[in-house]
Structure formats: structure tokens, C-alpha cells
Design a protein around this ligand. Sequence first.
Ligand SMILES: [Zn+2]
Length: 398
Amino acid sequence: MIDTAAQILCELIRIESISANSNLDIIAYIERALAAAGVTSRRVPSADGNKASLLATIGPADKPGIVLSAHTDVVPVDGQTWTVPPFGGVIRDGRVYGRGATDMKGFLAVVLAAVPRLKQAATIAPVHLCFSYDEEVGCRGAPDLVRALMQSVVPPALAIVGEPTTMRVVRAHKGKVARRITVTGRTGHSAMPHRAANAVDAAAAIAYALRSLADEEIARGGDTAFDPPFTTIHVGSLHGGSAVNLVPERAVLEYEIRTMPGRSAGDILARIDGLVDRERDRLRATAPEADIVSEEISAYPGHDIRADHAATLLIGRLADDPQPATTVAFGTEAGLYGQAGIPTLVCGPGDMARGHKADEWIGLDELEAADAMMVRLADLLRRPGEHWMQTGGAHGDD
Ligand SMILES: [Zn+2]
């Protein structure tokens, strides 16, 4: 079984599904793999048709089932020094090397290898396979995929997002909103700033105000299950101006907010919009054509499910993780499944510490551990009337 998963993983790595590319090749590969096992799937395409998510239900769609979620895209390898071909799919010393080995084609390969077994087992309750695009650039594919899932099946009883957690059960992570603010003022000689509108000045005022908001969040405090235990607001880039004797007419600032689960980014964004309005008015006092435009770069919700929720405990048993469920610093698509009302946990093979890096790898033993979870999952599907089947839609966040 593990040979099959490793073989599939090598083939998946060889398809260069970095987020900047179309992912239709890897989707076609997965479609063929599912079809070979007698499983039909359907695409949920992006608006421009260049990408697609894939959705497949194995077993009865009119019963609450279990979602297995993975993303098909990987981050680029630009500027990294690899000692193996990043898209070669090489097995060496008990490890599979390549971009995406850990994040997260390893889980995807284990799921695909397990499909024949899941198909045999899923007679009473279904398994839903949900494979998205563009997770690495802000969970862009998953919202439509989750919608398509919820429209086509009875609300699932639980979801496993197989991001690399070394098979620990993860119950919560922060949400994120990233935005770009573009300030357009009016240029002029620096001796006559009163006839110009200084875009850098406005951007700096916004950056300074963001720091005050960040300090407020620190003071508000939060949950020590997270590091740091508060919502963070951070300016990632600020560009503008070209010469000291010219009033800059353009400045671009990028910032992000990482919210504690339960803390709404909307409140903070509304206040930022208010200070953007104030700065726009200031610029327009001398330059009516001036403007400040905010655009979203990426966003995904936080996620939180109780450590003692039935779904959390069940996934703990499936993953053979005896420790209390934990939290992670990175974001996932779990919040989107959670928002749809599905009790969702993050649990998968590999270590995110190896993700996004040169010589990314996953151990065959790690694939083995994930495969063991699929075996336990298949056993669970065969048992009628289990408690987990009654909990569909009962979301356990707090
Ligand atoms: Zn990932």
C-alpha cells in the first residue's frame, strides 16, 4: 500500500502545480486515478477556467459522511538551492523528495492510494474528496469547492484537512486578511508642497495608525494556546517616492491582520477604512483628483473547535494521537469548512517545518502513519449507527 502511495506521490510531484500555473494537469491526473478505481468526480472550475477544484463522493451522498481535504497547488522554488530536482519525485533513504512532498501532496497521495479500500468500506456513510486550487495564495479555490460540496450532499459529519501536522490533531488556527493600499496624490516641487499632495505622507500616517491598532490588540490579550496569544497587525511593505526634492505622488503599502479565532477582522478593517477616508480627505484638500484605494490580496477565516468536541476526539483516535488537540501558527482551509458548519480538524503527514523549503521531503514512515489513519477510517465507515454520524452540522466552535 505504501509503495502505491509513494509511487503516486512521485508522480504528483512531477506535475509542476505551483500556484502561478494552471492546475488542470494535476486535476486530470487525479480524475484518471479516481476513474481507474471506479469513482466519478466533478470539477469546480475557477472563473477564468484555468484552474479547477475536484469533488468526489464515495458512497451514499444522502448520509452524513467524512470530508478528506487537500490542496493541489504548491509554492514556487525560485531562489532556493535544491540538491535534488524539485519536480523530480525522487525516493532516497526512506524519504520522498520534491516540492509538495510535505505540503501537501503526501496526504493527497495517501488518500488516492486508499480509494479502492474506502470505496469498499463506504456503503453506510460516504467519504467526500475535496481537492482545491490556489490554497497557497490565500485559499482562493476552497470557497466555491465548499459551496459545491454543501449543495450536493447531506451536511458532512466531519472534515479532515490533511495539512502536515506530523499526524497531530490540530483544532485551531488564526485567520488572516492581507490588503494592499495604493495612495495616489499629486507631485510637485518640494519647495511648494502646499500645491501638491504627498502620497508617502499619507501612507506613513496609515502605517503609524496600524501600529496603534496592533498595540490595542496586544493590550486586549487572548488565548495562550496561540503564539503570540493575540491578534497581530503588521505592515509588510511600504514603497513610494523617488527623490528628496519631489513630492511623491504614489505610495503602496501592504499589511496583514492575523486574527485570533472568534475575533472579527471586520471590526479592525472598518477602523482602517475610517483612517483611509481621513487621509484621502486630507489629500483632496489640495488635490481633488487624489485617491486611496484598498484591495484584498488574500483572506481566510480562522478556525476553532473545542478540544473535547466529539469530532476532535474521534479524529484523535483515527490519527492515533493520544495527546490533547493542539493549535498551529499557519493557516489552512479548515476555517472555510468550519464556517459551513462541518466539525473540522487539521491532521496530516509530514512537518510544516519542511514545507516551502529547499529539499522538501516526507518520510515513507510518515506516509505509512497517514495510511494507517485511512485504514481506521475505512473501519469506521463500516460501523452503522456510530455517534459521529449523528453529529452532522453540529459545529463545535466557541
Ligand atoms: Zn499546505
